[in-house]
Design a binder for this molecule. Structure first.
Ligand code: AMP
Length: 436
């Protein structure tokens, strides 16, 4: 019914006048071919490091039942309260474009009975996420995350290993002006007493807090701690911290994580006010922030932590878990400018338009041998073809003219050294393969 209503509304909107200019949805961006080298640089490094640490890739659907996110992320979080893209489909099911990756991984872990097949699972994922936030630099409505999840290991050693993975990845990508923040939220029972302590602290300030936070005192006082309204943030500064109230087991878990980070020579700062915007975390919580100032308020490059109850809360077995997610766009902004891409491959040019077919034939012969070969088939002037070879960052141009064709040779020019030599056509592939 709702789906029908949505369609009627859309049709009314369309017939109401001129079609709106077609452009991408606000906060959602194209990644153009020119941007891809940096994206690939990130993805290759992430995949390599994930493999080195023993993680396997998982891909889950972009759409999930809305309930999955409501029950895992938490009803009183900003994401569930106001940011999800939710709609009712033709089968009257409420579906949501995934706002993050962890809940989907947990659903898949339970659905495929993975805990019966292996004691510990280490997964990584990469892909787009959707949140209807106010767009700003580093904050989009479709953004990409890369993340890992570990199921079946209660830590604390794995907690330190997961943080070490993040630190190694950022360092290999040249993102060095960063700070690692760690905290512990304690176990779920401990969290309850912390909530009570927070409520007691916040109550006298109730009238001074924003409307959202007045509601949060009752629904979920932890959320007051990450409110961005300046006066609320000031009040939150004076609140008791969760670290002060940690129980003995949680304290020892946290101390061991810190000791392991010291042992691995990872620099970090304990930030007792770090709570992050999702409800499912327990015990270890961490975030890496960019210190360059480039990203303004969106300085959180990645965040993660332990979520020991989520698998069971979503009707799976009792299995502890930890993970993190990083915003790829934010990491790319923090990465140093890349050097001009190295030259590679070949570009075949011909000195007159009627030789374009010979150029294509030669390019095809090279491609069949796995040699990247560009060619301009539009009958452009030689100068234009050479300019295109240069723009394509080809390492060699192969020049074909009537004399060369008659003699069964080609001119081979190295665009790096500008050396040019005549090479018999038969020897060309062998020669290019030897210098590849
Ligand atoms: P979260 O899933 O909220 O824990 O966020 C993990 C990371 O995803 C953040 O540290 C950001 O780098 C990135 N991220 C979250 N929301 C957005 C957004 N709206 N736009 C861009 N990146 C985001």
């Amino acid at each position: 019914m709702l789906a029908l209503l949505q369609r009627v509304r859309y049709e009314e909107h369309m017939s109401g006048g001129k079609r709106e200019k077609l452009q991408s949805v606000k906060g959602m961006h194209d990644i153009l071919p020119a941007d891809m080298p940096r994206w690939r640089q990130f993805e290759n490094a992430f995949r390599r490091i994930a493999a080195v640490y023993g993680y396997e890739e998982i891909r889950t659907p972009l759409l999930e039942p809305t309930d999955l996110f409501v029950h895992s992320i938490g009803e009183t979080t900003d994401i569930v309260e106001k940011e999800m893209y939710t709609f009712v489909d033709q089968g009257e099911k409420s579906l949501t474009l995934r706002p993050e990756g962890t809940a989907s991984c947990v659903r898949a872990y339970i659905e495929h009975n993975i805990s019966n097949q292996e004691p510990v699972s280490k997964w990584f994922y990469l892909g787009p996420m959707y949140r209807r936030e106010r767009p700003a630099k580093g904050r989009y409505r479709q953004f990409y995350q890369a993340g890992v999840e570990v199921f079946g290991d209660a830590g604390p050693v794995i907690d330190a290993e997961v943080i070490a993975l993040c630190v190694q990845l950022l360092s290999e990508l040249g993102v060095s002006n960063v700070e690692v923040l760690v905290n512990s939220l304690g176990s779920r029972d401990g969290r309850q007493s912390y909530r009570d302590a927070l409520r007691a602290y916040l109550e006298p300030f109730r009238a001074q807090l924003c409307g959202d936070c007045q509601r949060r005192i009752d629904a979920n006082p932890l959320r007051v701690l990450d409110c961005k309204v300046p006066n609320d943030a000031k009040i939150a500064q004076g609140a008791p911290t969760v670290l002060e109230l940690l129980g003995a087991d949680d304290r020892s878990h946290f101390d061991r994580v810190c000791a392991l980070l010291d042992q691995l020579k990872i620099r970090y700062r304990v930030e007792p006010r770090l709570v992050r915007g999702l409800d499912y975390y327990t015990r270890t919580l961490f975030e890496v922030r960019d210190l360059s100032g480039e990203l303004g308020a969106q300085s959180a490059l990645l965040g993660g932590g332990r979520y020991d109850h989520m698998v069971q809360d979503l009707d799976g077995p009792a299995q502890p878990a930890i993970g993190f997610a990083m915003g790829i766009e934010r990491i790319l902004s923090a990465m140093p400018a890349s050097a001009e891409p190295k030259r590679s491959g070949v570009f075949v040019v011909c000195v007159q338009p009627d030789l374009a077919k010979d150029a294509l034939e030669l390019a095809q012969a090279l491609r069949k041998q796995n040699i990247a070969a560009g060619v301009d088939l539009r009958g452009s002037a030689l100068k234009k073809q050479l300019a295109r070879a240069d723009k394509n960052r080809a390492q060699y141009v192969v020049i074909l003219g009537p004399d060369e064709i008659a003699k069964g040779v080609v001119q081979l020019k190295n665009l790096e050294t500008q050396n040019q030599e005549e090479v018999p056509r038969q020897k060309l592939i062998e020669k290019l393969q030897s210098v590849k």
